[in-house]
Ligand binder design. Structure first.
Ligand code: GNR
Ligand code: NI
Length: 167
């Protein structure tokens, strides 16, 4: 297992579009294990492969308080979206920034798990928010893109400044 480096906004690689996984093989399972280790180490509730510079449609997630309910979504598709809800979001690629985003309140997602089996899950609450947030990453979209241009500019300069200070 390995802890992977998480790309930090504004890194243009966060805007790459991920490709579908053709075969859920040992290399994908190895990626899933590394992504899970990376997510737990960073104390996140989800991680998309895009964030570790792997442009494949793979997501790991664990919204449980006990941190022992890992969920894996490969080639996820949203098959139904209901309602709207606002939630304050954060992102491991945009550290220290928390902003409110409006998304569907309830989603049904179909995906493959790490064994290549089809799973269907209906989600609401944080799980629904997280699924949509991670699926955006796979499309090259970061949550700050839902904010006003002014806020995006402020966040970019804040993070660039912080990056300079830590070098
Ligand atoms: O750890 C995370 N917490 C979170 C909180 C509210 C809405 C979305 C998230 S996802 C985030 C981890 C992350 O960046 N995943 O891409
Ligand atoms: Ni994120």
């Amino acid at each position: 297992m390995a802890i992977l480096k998480i790309l930090q906004y504004p890194d243009e690689r966060l805007h790459k579009v991920a490709r579908s996984v053709e075969n859920v093989d040992e290399s994908i399972r190895s990626l899933v294990r590394d992504m899970a280790e990376t997510m737990y180490a960073a104390q996140g509730v989800g991680l998309a492969a895009t964030q570790v510079d792997v442009h494949k449609r793979v997501i790991v997630m664990d919204v449980s308080e006990s941190h022992d309910q890992l969920r894996v979504f490969i080639n996820p598709e949203i098959i139904s979206k209901i309602g709207e809800e606002e939630c304050e979001e954060g992102c491991l690629s945009v550290p220290g920034i928390y902003e409110t985003v409006r998304r569907a309140a309830n989603v049904t997602v179909r995906a493959l798990n790490e064994n290549g089996e089809t799973i269907t899950l209906e989600a609401d609450g944080l799980l629904a928010v997280c699924i949509q947030h991670e699926m955006d990453h796979l499309l090259g979209k970061v949550f700050v893109e839902y904010l006003s241009q002014l806020k995006q500019t402020r966040i970019r300069s804040k993070l660039k400044k912080r990056l300079r200070e830590t070098m």
